[in-house]
Design a protein around this ligand. Structure first.
Ligand code: UD1
Length: 417
């Protein structure tokens, strides 16, 4: 299933149910390590990154069982040890095992975590923050090693709102002695979800979703049942696909309150929306308007994970759109692929591109080089006239349960081969 074939030019119509959130599920799966008990995570997405995390948890001694409505993780018999190198190298979020394992076993040995090649993705903030809590780091035989004889609370100020570093401080903080006060924390909803799970397990955390999070450590934690929230990035992907192709769709379970910045941009593209507790009804424009400037920013700003999809829509925008990427420097690897489809895109700086909308895209052979860029190419294929073949699709399956099925439900002509 390396490729996705699309015959484009169909306006999307119908209903699609939004899967559970990848970026919430991964740190919550890591957090199950802290309970030494069994947790049921409902609505956990069945995606490659979750399978990789599950395999890491198993390699650490957890018992994991998929059930019809979720996944059960029992971490009562966790053993210290080295994590599977391949899974760590391939997945950036294996990094949140750092905080979780320090909390559970006081030591970690892992390869440098991988993930999508969308930028340098340093880990200095994780190390800086955890060092304040009594963790010693060193490198040995190419491995990152960390121990904490006594994990303790601390006052930590993050100079940049890193999602992963915030999660690691929370994971270590709930097990540390004393209080941790984290300033400059990331505010992404997935952090609120992680704190929601930990609070259900008995942890004391205040301020999730704000820049200042206070964690009272040392409480004993127990297993729980928790529902992974819907994925705002998947919902945003399908919403932007509707902006690019026209038509009208209903995004069942889409988390409206987390999608303000995306809906604002989509509205400026000419979209119309109506939301309820059940989801968001989306009406796409006949032809999208160019939004003069789209700039990514930490939450609640426009998400970097949806930048490539917005770029896809703007290839057909009426006018010019400047797209600025402020979080990850390598997000423009899709540009070359869109040019193959006839898009007019000029790189105007290391982190900006100017998109001059054309009246139509033509189908082409394109290659996905990372997860979100890959999903954007699928949208490009849906918008284009004729046949598109997207290769490199294993990247896409890291984050989308079944993107072809979902788009087929919306009337698209798309198959994975
Ligand atoms: C998470 C998300 C990813 C999303 C990103 C930004 C998960 C599994 N992944 O990634 O989908 O695109 O947030 O919303 O939740 N940085 C440093 N030093 C560090 C850590 C980060 O300089 O130690 C920089 C990064 O290079 C980047 C910025 O901080 O420029 C934000 O990165 P961060 O929020 O940490 O992203 P991730 O947690 O890796």
């Amino acid at each position: 299933m390396d490729s996705i074939r699309i015959r484009g030019g169909v306006a999307l119509q119908g209903n699609v149910c939004i899967q559970g959130s990848k970026n919430a599920a991964l740190p919550i799966l890591a957090a199950t390590l802290l309970t030494g008990d069994s947790s049921l995570l409902k609505n956990c997405p069945r995606i490659a990154d979750v399978y990789a995390m599950v395999s890491l948890l198993k390699s650490l001694g957890c018992t994991v069982n998929w059930q019809e409505n979720g996944i059960e993780v029992d971490s009562s018999r966790v053993r210290r040890g080295k994590m599977q190198s391949e899974a760590v190298k391939g997945m950036r979020s294996s990094l949140c095992l750092l905080g979780a394992l320090l909390g559970r076993c006081s030591e970690v040995a892992m390869e440098h975590p991988g993930g999508c090649c969308i930028g340098a993705r340093p880990i200095d903030l994780h190390i800086y923050a955890l060092e304040q809590m009594g963790v010693d780091f060193w490198c040995e035989d190419g491995m990152l090693r960390a121990t904490a004889d006594r994990l303790h609370g601390a006052g930590i100020v993050l100079p940049k709102p890193s999602v992963g570093a915030t999660e690691n401080v929370i994971l270590a903080g709930v097990c540390a002695e004393g209080d941790t006060i984290l300033e400059g924390a990331a505010r992404e909803p997935e952090i609120t979800a992680l704190c929601g799970y930990l609070k259900c397990c008995g942890a004391w955390i205040e301020g999730a979703g704000t820049e200042r999070i206070v964690i009272r450590g040392g409480r004993s934690l127990y297993g729980t049942e928790f529902t992974i929230p819907a994925d705002r990035i998947v919902a945003g992907t399908y919403l932007l696909a509707c902006m690019g192709t026209g038509g009208s769709i209903f995004l069942e379970r889409a988390p409206r309150e987390e999608m303000g910045a995306v809906l604002e941009v989509a509205e400026r593209m000419g979209g119309h929306f109506c939301s309820s507790d059940e989801g968001i009804y989306v009406q796409g424009p006949v032809r999208p308007r160019a939004v003069s400037r789209i700039e990514t920013a930490p939450y609640p700003g426009f998400p970097t994970d949806l930048q490539s999809m917005a770029l896809a829509v703007e290839t057909l925008g009426e006018g010019e759109s400047l797209i600025e990427e402020t979080i990850f420097e390598n997000r423009f690897r899709v540009v070359e692929e869109f040019r193959r489809m006839g898009a007019c895109i000029e790189q105007v700086g290391e982190r900006s591109v100017l998109v001059r909308g054309v009246s139509s895209l033509r189908g082409a052979d394109v290659d996905a080089k990372e997860l979100r860029g890959g999903a954007a190419l699928v949208i490009g294929g849906l918008m284009a006239q004729g046949k598109t073949n997207v290769t490199g699709c294993p990247f896409i399956y890291r984050g989308y349960e079944n993107i072809c099925r979902d788009f087929r439900e919306l009337g698209a002509r798309i198959i994975s081969v």
